[in-house]
Design a protein around this ligand. Structure first.
Ligand SMILES: [Zn+2]
Length: 66
């Protein structure tokens, strides 16, 4: 359904560090969140990403209210 290119865990790491230096495109942000939502490894690491995501205005918990 989504037409974005899947990214790997390594890509995720690169995007996260890139995001400190430049603004990610909406496609990159979408790919990043889509990957993390489906990747247990990155979900574990995503605690470290939270600060970044807050900066990006895309905090992961947005859809997580019980
Ligand atoms: Zn991953």
């Amino acid at each position: 359904m989504s037409h974005q290119v899947p990214i790997t865990c390594k890509d995720t790491t690169w995007l996260v560090s890139d995001a400190r230096e430049r603004e990610l495109t909406s496609e990159e942000k979408a790919a990043l969140t889509a990957h993390i939502e489906h990747c247990e490894l990155c979900q574990g690491a995503s605690k470290q990403f939270e600060v970044l995501f807050r900066q990006l205005g895309m905090f992961l918990g947005k859809s997580g209210s019980p």
